[in-house]
Design a protein around this ligand. Structure first.
Ligand code: GLA
Length: 728
């Protein structure tokens, strides 16, 4: 187990996977990634063949050897591997050629960390690190490949550092985090596309020759594509088949591409997208490429997702609320939008408290001149005309009502109609003299600049320290354009995109250190920055601005492939829904919102008594199931409704002692066959009681025969069934 290095064969073993590389003639080849095979040298599978137009390195005369047709571990541009490459450097002589050769390796206890970047950490799970150093001798450019091996999680992480050891300047035109070569192309790619209020829709298609993949050039990981993909065997399903996942721990521009080559090999590359990317390394400087979390499952997509859920929950999310129960919150956005008073907020808090809700979140509109989205961003001063009596008073009132208090910020943004913009127009990302692009009437602050960040940080701290604030919703409501920084010279402008993200991470790191008990929920117009990078700072992220329960079924289904339930911000809102106009029962809205962090996004003072009674029951139930939902094993039991007339999912305790089944009907048919759902994750020999009905079944019966659902009339109805292990 762990890392075995024998005769320059490097084998990384996890519980259910083996990853292998081999140094041969100075080159680092990829040997294998898949089910456990021990430390057998898998290079016996290499079948050298002379291929026209695939050349040889100078010292090799054998025409059957070419970098173009072998599985490589980290490919550099310019020396005969014509496939998608990981590294592209330009040197002072104008040459673009990098020839990486093996130098050395080192095995270390524990998991490596990456300076200034989020990354998985060791925690309670055992972890080891392998570092392999490659080098271009001619230009003294070194690449250190990092491998983190989490045996029990079935996770291998990758990252790398490029070090300029020469006296000259090197320009990096591409510095990807990893390449992963496969000896075949018989796989499907699953990726998660979308748009604002419709994030992470799963799409699956077979690999074809040439390129396929996802990327973002928006400066954010984005709603449109997500930095997580799966490659799986074409017969793989939820429970069966080989699946490989790659999750990029980065929140900015990214590229994840699969290229199928002339010889039917597949290369998966992951890294920072290289449009307007050019990083300069002066002598002695280095560049660190962000981490990728890889996982392999031999047992289908469900297991792969559970690997990611656990890895992110245990070894990426941090802080008090990683394990502690988070408060059930009510947010005033859809209740009042910008139009609120302290009295209104306190009234919501009081009614919410009665029903078991624990925190009030005051959303956008409490600062500067901010009664619409035309103005105010950047002026992080309490608007005392609106919040009469001040913030401290309001928080005290809310606390007095027995509720915690949370607040909204959009720290990265600036409105032209703000005192901040009038004082510092150059703080916004724009190109001087040029017209610029607005989105939601706002501009983006240049977070690559330390002075800008320090100013906003100080303003935020002052607000957070002025009252008992226990939660922040960190929003970011547009993508980047006009990317140019007043602080950098012309030849460094292609560093701004990445420096922006480094600045953002630096800010968030400082904030989490200064306020270790603060719960920060990420948000970017809903789930526009729903990525593993942000989860290092935010244990939860508002999943989508679409709060319609039926739309959320798809969005949460797609999200669940790569991200744990505990990160999925989801609330019950009113009907007709504000985004779709659809009406769905209160019960179903609750069941769907429970597949996440759970809360409310409505004016609770205007609910009927019957609705309030429902809220009370929902909150109690959510609290009862909290740890089962947030830390249990998650199973998708149907697809997102494209093929199935209903959508079902389940949470099972890791030790198999209980499970919660959730079902929502989409399209009921006349005299349809009853739905039988096979329950997962139980103990076959144990007996389970169905809470509330007294029915008893063996685990084997429920898992193999299934549970017969009560007849459900009408579309968009739901049931939750709780199975608890009992004595007989
Ligand atoms: C974004 C968020 C919403 C809300 C508004 C406020 O759209 O996703 O939840 O906070 O901003 O302006």
């Amino acid at each position: 187990m762990g890392i075995v290095c024998k005769n320059h064969v490097f084998t990384l073993q996890t519980k259910s996977s083996t990853y292998q590389m081999k140094e041969e003639g100075g080159f680092l080849f990829h040997n294998y990634y898949g089910p456990v095979i021990g430390d057998v040298d898998m290079s016996y599978l290499v079948c050298p063949m002379d291929r026209g137009f695939s050349g040889q390195p100078q010292e090799i005369v054998d025409r059957r050897f070419s970098l173009d047709t072998r599985l490589l571990e980290y490919s550099a541009y310019g020396t005969g591997d014509y496939r998608d490459y990981c590294l592209h450097a330009v040197y002072e002589d104008g040459s673009h050629v990098t020839d990486l050769r093996f130098v050395s390796y080192e095995v270390k206890e524990g998991k490596y960390a990456l300076e200034g970047l989020p990354a998985m950490y060791q925690g309670e799970e055992k972890a080891e690190t392998l570092e392999i150093t490659l080098r271009d001798e001619y230009k003294n450019l070194e690449v250190v490949l990092y491998y983190g091996v989490f045996e029990d999680l079935d996770v291998i992480t990758r990252a790398c550092k490029i070090v300029n050891q020469s006296e000259e300047q090197v320009r990096l035109l591409r510095a990807y985090s990893m390449g992963l070569d496969f000896d075949n192309k018989d796989m499907d790619m699953l990726h998660f596309y979308g748009r604002h209020a419709m994030e992470r829709k799963m799409e699956r298609s077979p690999l074809q020759h040439g390129f396929q993949g996802v990327e973002s050039r928006r400066g954010y990981s984005s709603h449109q594509q997500n930095p997580f993909v799966i490659l799986c065997k074409q017969d793989a399903n939820e429970e069966y088949g080989w699946c490989y996942g790659a999750s990029f721990v980065y929140s900015g521009n990214f590229s994840i591409q699969a290229e199928v080559s002339q010889t039917d090999l597949t290369r998966l590359t992951v890294g920072i997208q290289d449009t307007q990317f050019e990083f300069h390394l002066d002598s002695g400087e280095s560049f660190t490429a962000p981490e990728v979390i890889l996982s392999f499952s031999e047992n289908g997509l469900g297991q792969l997702s559970r690997n990611y859920h656990k890895a992110i929950r245990h070894n990426l999310c941090r802080g008090k609320y990683k394990t502690e129960r988070r408060p059930v919150l009510i947010n005033n956005w859809e209740a009042t939008y910008f139009d609120f008073t302290p009295e209104k907020l306190v009234a919501i808090a009081k009614d919410a408290k009665e029903l078991g809700i624990e925190m009030l979140v005051m959303d956008d509109g409490w600062f500067g001149k901010r009664d619409s989205d035309y103005s105010g961003l950047g002026d992080w001063f309490v608007n005392e005309k609106k919040l009469k009596g001040g913030l401290k008073n309001l928080v005290e009132e809310v606390n007095k009502a027995g509720m915690k208090f949370g607040i909204w910020f959009e720290p990265e943004m600036i409105s032209e109609d703000s005192d901040l913009y009038r004082a510092h127009p150059d703080w916004a990302l724009t190109v001087p003299g040029r017209s610029f692009t607005r989105a939601r009437h706002q501009l983006v602050l240049d977070f690559s600049r330390e002075d800008v960040r320090t100013y906003i940080f100080d303003r935020m701290c002052e607000i957070l320290e002025s009252a008992n604030i226990e939660y922040v919703k960190w929003d970011a409501n547009r993508h980047l354009t006009d990317v140019w920084s007043a602080k950098l010279p012309a030849d460094r402008q292609s560093e701004v995109f990445h420096r922006y993200i480094l600045g953002l991470y630096d800010f968030l790191e400082k904030l989490t250190q200064r306020f270790p008990n603060l719960l920060i929920e990420g948000c970017s117009g809903g789930g526009g920055r729903f990525d593993a990078g942000m989860m290092y700072y935010h244990p939860q992220i508002w999943c989508s601005d679409d709060t319609d329960a039926i739309e959320r079924l798809d969005i949460q289904y797609g999200t669940s492939f790569g991200y744990p339930i505990s990160t999925v911000g989801s609330h019950v809102s009113v009907c007709p829904n504000h985004q779709t106009g659809r009406s769905v029962s209160m019960k179903t809205r609750g069941v769907v919102a429970m597949a996440g962090t759970f809360g409310y996004e409505l004016d609770i003072t205007r609910l009927s008594q019957e609705e309030k009674d429902m809220v009370k029951i929902q909150v109690e139930e959510f609290k009862k199931y909290y740890f089962l939902i947030q830390q249990g094993d998650y199973y998708r039991l149907t697809d997102d409704g494209r093929k199935s007339p209903y959508v079902a999912w389940e949470f099972a305790a890791e030790d198999g002692t209980e499970a919660l089944l959730n079902v929502v009907t989409l399209r009921v048919r006349a005299y349809a066959m009853p739905y039988t759902v096979r329950i997962k994750g139980l103990k076959p020999e144990a007996v389970y009681e169905v809470e509330g009905t007294g029915e008893k079944y063996s685990g084997a019966a429920l898992m193999n025969g299934g549970y017969l659902l009560p007849v459900i009339w009408d579309d968009y109805q739901s049931v939750q069934v709780h199975f608890v292990e009992c004595c007989e």
